[in-house]
Design a protein around this ligand. Structure first.
Ligand SMILES: [Zn+2]
Length: 320
């Protein structure tokens, strides 16, 4: 179950949100990168969708689906890959969707990442939903700095502030989150990441090749040299593992991006076969297809569907 191990103030604020039995319609989570906004958003979603009497229990079907990011009533929206702003079109999409009843929970949650990247028009469009929300809709806005939001939005949200943990708090949290690492590794990662737990976990992960990294490498091989059925078979293991897929797809994208760059500065070695096989343009198209799939995975698009589309696009791009 996710928890804000280090952030007592925010944990208390979150607990009091659920205490009345009804969540506010709009909640703002404010804090710098690495302060745990996504973890806090997941806790809120669990409060809202937990089916046990003691919420959030962390192990009912609702809680588990939220944690794996596969709950059909939790939608994630953010700045699309390669864009700088949170598009107004997305806000309109959210507004329309909010009038559709939940699929299986008692309410529907819209988690808006980088809400500070909405321009005034987008914020005004969102305001209408926050002012008169459909009864079952809840909005969770994530932002780094509330001064970038309109006062009209701020006056209608319940704000919770999150702080980046200290290096010691980070190392302590890693004791639970990365118990397989040694004490020294955890201390070094916490210091290297300046207390940012997400970054520290990434640092620890980079020391040892992860399953996602291994699968990304195999998948890239299959997509370029093998057939689509092998690739789809590998991806089928992720049908019920959205978080795993969210770890895998950026690595696949990065692999293709590296292959594109390598056309300009050949480094030889084991990547040579890949570089010789792909033109720069083919590698870029493949990287873009992986990026788009990652974006769809974040937005709760059906996993088999987004995987099939990505495989077709990459096969078409690389000519297989
Ligand atoms: Zn539960």
């Amino acid at each position: 179950m996710p928890s804000l191990l280090y952030n007592r103030k925010a944990s208390a604020a979150l607990a009091s949100l659920g205490a009345g039995g009804r969540l506010p319609h709009a909640i703002l989570l404010e804090g710098p990168a690495g302060s745990g906004k996504h973890v806090a958003a997941a806790i809120i979603a669990q409060y809202a969708l937990c089916t046990a009497s003691e919420k959030p229990c962390g192990h009912c079907a609702g809680c588990m689906k939220v944690e794996k990011r596969i709950h059909p009533d939790v939608r994630y929206y953010g700045v699309p890959e390669g864009k700088k702003e949170f598009p107004i079109d997305l806000v309109r999409e959210i507004r329309q969707d909010a009038y559709i009843a939940p699929n299986e929970g008692v309410c529907k949650l819209y988690i808006l990442e980088q809400a500070h990247a909405m321009n005034a028009a987008a914020q005004n469009a969102l305001l209408k939903s926050i002012e008169e929300p459909p009864a079952h809709a809840r909005f969770v806005l994530l932002c780094e700095n509330r001064s970038m939001l309109l006062p009209t939005i701020l006056s209608r949200v319940t704000a919770i502030e999150l702080e980046v943990p200290s290096v010691e708090q980070c190392a302590q949290a890693l004791g639970t989150l990365a118990s397989e690492a040694s004490e020294e590794e955890r201390q070094a990662a916490a210091a290297g990441a300046g207390g940012n737990i997400g970054r520290a976990l990434a640092l620890l992960g980079s020391a040892k090749p992860s399953k996602a990294a291994a699968d990304a490498r195999h998948l890239r091989e299959m997509l370029v040299f093998g057939d689509r059925y092998q690739a789809l078979k590998l991806l089928a293991a992720y049908d019920k593992d959205r978080q795993g897929l969210l770890d895998l797809l950026p690595l696949l994208q990065e692999g293709f991006a590296q292959a594109a760059l390598a056309r300009y500065r050949p480094s030889g070695g084991q990547e040579e076969r890949m570089t010789n096989r792909l033109t720069c343009e083919q590698a870029i198209c493949a990287a873009e297809a992986a990026a788009q799939a990652a974006e769809q995975a974040r937005r709760n698009v059906s996993i088999p569907l987004l995987c099939a589309c990505m495989v077709e696009r990459i096969k078409a791009a690389v000519g297989g």
